[in-house]
Design a protein around this ligand. Structure first.
Ligand code: PMP
Length: 448
């Protein structure tokens, strides 16, 4: 039987259903207005316009129902318009919408901080500061690390993505489209090789970490490094899971050298991988963690949580911002975290990961263009390659992704070479819908 959910009075049937060509006439009309009104550089992946979304589907303005395998880039992990989130935000809307926490504080901000201090790894005393976007959290983590250490150099990794603001862009590896034409970039950022098991000739985690450490020691000197910032599973870079031991070796070295270890868990955090944070899988405890995306069910919120002595180092007034930790976003975050906990979503992420991994591993046996199936929990990807040379196949990737879009599945690509398809379904998606979405991707591969 097909499941139904109710979103804001709309009966949202949990099914894939196309009633027009893609895009439909209403979407086409609105997107023409987009072209005339919105800066061209603000692109869009699917040529449709959203109307209602929830569970595992999104309805467009033409009445087409899409299976959601993207969650708005790992944001609506608790489902779009999650009932707990809607209720909490409505209640807050009726009380006040803004005071500026740095002018008049409110309890929900403090409750979010307490909760993040509790669920992030590490049994030391922690503090939290809230912001609006992932990029802003990254910028602030760097500010905090520099202030606390009195050092300036920041080390980031190949294939990294940390955001689009000036400093975050400097930390990001890939030039096009993120950096091209947007310089000059912030100084004192250095990039080293990480661990990309599929493409680095089989280095062990320790070997890959030693390579990075030697590079830093020889070319920078560890005493000038304030922090290293690393995505425990690289997101935009291609869902790259480092070889075991890579993160822990780096962690040990930073600890011995007074360097702040910043885990950027903006994409990999919040139950996505089946644990609260991706570092939890290896027992690695960062000094600072940046969080956003899955934190507040779609409302804009981000956070930096970490060791109290680092977080408290900067002068009063040095951290903050007009909107950071907005009361609606804080209400949403508390309800979102409750949903992860009460609705068994960490376990659900692991189950989704098993389904995706099993299905694509099976497909891979018959189709060597699937070079690798990787990821953790509900953060799974396939890397598409030329089977003879293993060189990346972005053209095939783009064909499969377009096929999915034309056939009612929201699907995202990623990867430095544009040859990775990533799966980030909402954790509220039901098994039949997930299987159907995978089936469409399989069809797309078979036809491309
Ligand atoms: N860090 C990581 C790991 C990310 O995946 C992203 C967003 N894709 C960011 C930072 C930037 O977040 P935002 O787009 O909210 O600024």
């Amino acid at each position: 039987m097909t499941a139904h959910i109710t979103v804001g009075g709309t009966d949202l049937v949990q099914e894939r259903r196309l009633v027009t060509g893609i895009p439909g006439p209403r979407s086409r009309e609105i997107l023409e207005r987009k072209e005339a009104a919105v800066a061209r550089s603000v692109g869009h992946t699917l040529p449709i316009v959203a109307d209602v979304a929830g569970g595992g589907t999104l309805l467009d303005v033409d009445g087409n129902s899409f299976i959601d395998l993207g969650s708005g880039i790992a944001v609506t992990s608790v489902g779009n318009s999650n009932p707990r989130v809607v209720r909490a935000v409505r209640d807050q809307l009726d009380r006040f919408t803004h005071t500026a926490f740095t002018v008049v504080p409110y309890e929900s901000y403090i409750a979010v901080a307490e909760k993040l201090n509790q669920i992030t790894p590490g049994d030391f005393t922690k503090r939290t500061a809230l912001f609006n976007s992932g990029s802003e959290a990254v910028e602030n983590a760097v500010k905090i690390a520099r202030h606390a250490t009195g050092r300036q150099a920041i080390v980031a990794f190949e294939h990294s993505f940390h955001g689009r603001t000036n400093l975050a862009m400097a930390l990001t590896a890939k030039s096009a489209p993120y950096k091209q034409g947007f310089g000059p970039f912030a100084p004192e950022i250095y990039r080293v090789s990480g661990s990309y098991p599929y493409r680095d000739g089989g280095l062990t985690g320790q070997e890959a970490a030693r390579r990075a450490i030697e590079h830093i020691e020889n070319e920078l000197g560890s005493q000038s490094v304030a922090a290293i910032i690393i995505e425990p599973i690289q997101g935009e870079g291609g869902f790259i899971v480092p070889a075991e031991g890579f993160l822990s070796t780096l962690r040990e070295w930073t600890e011995c050298n007074g360097i702040v270890f910043i885990a950027d868990e903006i994409q990999s955090g919040f139950a996505r991988t089946g644990m609260w944070f991706a570092v939890d899988h290896e027992g690695v405890v960062p000094d600072l963690i940046t969080m956003a995306k899955g934190i507040a069910g779609g409302l804009p919120l981000s956070a930096v949580t970490g060791r109290a002595e680092l977080m408290d180092a900067a002068q009063v007034g040095g951290l903050g911002g007009t909107y950071g930790g907005n009361p609606l976003a804080c209400a949403a975050a508390l309800a979102t975290i409750e949903s992860y906990e009460e609705d068994g979503l960490l376990e659900r992420a692991r189950r989704i990961g098993d389904i995706l991994t099993d299905r694509f591993t099976e497909l891979q046996r018959a189709d060597p263009r699937i070079g690798q199936v990787r990821g953790r929990g509900a953060m799974i990807a396939i890397e598409l390659v030329d089977p003879d040379t293993l060189s990346p196949d972005p053209a095939l990737t783009s064909k499969v992704v377009k096929y999915a879009h034309q056939n009612g599945v929201i699907l995202l690509a990623c990867g430095t070479y544009g040859n990775v398809i990533r799966f980030l379904p909402p954790l509220t998606i039901e098994d039949p819908l997930l299987h159907e979405g995978i089936g469409i991707v399989a069809d797309g591969l078979a036809r491309s």
